[in-house]
Design a protein around this ligand. Structure first.
Ligand SMILES: [Zn+2]
Length: 237
């Protein structure tokens, strides 16, 4: 990914507005990016409206949460981001949001199951963090990052989710399909016992659906849709 700071700020602002447009982000929630090889993190500020975030609303903090640059402070749950970056050198992008269907399954204690092709990367092995409060201290952030471990998706029971990846496109695609999978699982369960993908069929479905190119494809689709709907008004292309 292009690591020019202005370009990353734009990518984050677009990503946040696209998550809002896709119904995945509400008035809270944040998307961050670690500048590769540094301990500097770009993240949307606490006060910025998620629906109208601009590049000026993206602030720069260090892994201790200190504001380095920006006109407003970082969100109180920045500890989610800094803790994951401290624990996971392979991760440069973190999303924290409150997705509806994933949260509903967590409340009902229904482990996520791989129930459709592109969502088949989810499964009951994905971790759940049981502390439902705001993750607003270094200690809780550390505990949450340990719960996430080597996985890319964490459910925070009664609260929301944390999704991580290499860049905003990968994280965005993951967020879209985790939620779609949870929604399908919920509705299928209303009709009777569900039949998740299993065995060789699951393995082949996972391998064939989740290619690196999927992040860009999903991103481009949602970006064009959001632009046509006016959700990206005021942001450069
Ligand atoms: Zn939260």
């Amino acid at each position: 990914m292009n690591t020019n700071i202005a370009d990353i700020k734009l990518e984050l602002a677009k990503g946040i507005r696209m998550l809002v447009a896709a119904g995945l982000l509400d008035m809270n929630g944040h998307l961050s990016y670690r500048l590769p090889g540094t301990d500097h993190v770009l993240i949307n500020s606490r006060r910025a409206s998620r629906a109208a975030v601009t590049t000026d609303d993206i602030v720069l903090i260090d892994l201790g949460g200190e504001l380095i640059e920006g006109r407003s402070e970082a969100p109180s749950e920045y500890h989610i981001h800094t803790a994951v970056y401290r624990h996971r050198p392979d991760v440069n992008c973190v999303l924290h949001h409150h997705p509806h269907w994933q949260t509903v399954l967590g409340i009902a204690r229904q482990p996520m199951q791989p129930v459709f092709s592109i969502g088949s990367f989810v499964g009951p092995e994905l971790p759940v963090y049981e502390t439902s409060s705001l993750i607003n201290t270094r200690e809780i952030g550390e505990e949450m990052a340990e719960a996430l471990g080597r996985f890319d998706v964490l459910t925070v029971r009664h609260h929301g989710a944390v999704i991580v990846g290499a860049d905003p496109q990968e994280v965005f695609a993951r967020a879209v399909f985790v939620e779609e999978n949870c929604k399908k699982q919920y509705y299928a369960a209303l009709l009777g016992p569900i039949q998740p993908l299993t065995g060789e069929n699951l393995e082949r479905t996972r391998e064939t659906n989740w290619k690196p190119i999927i992040g860009k494809k999903v991103w481009d689709y949602h970006e064009q849709k959001a632009r046509m709907d006016g959700d990206l008004d005021g942001l450069p292309a």
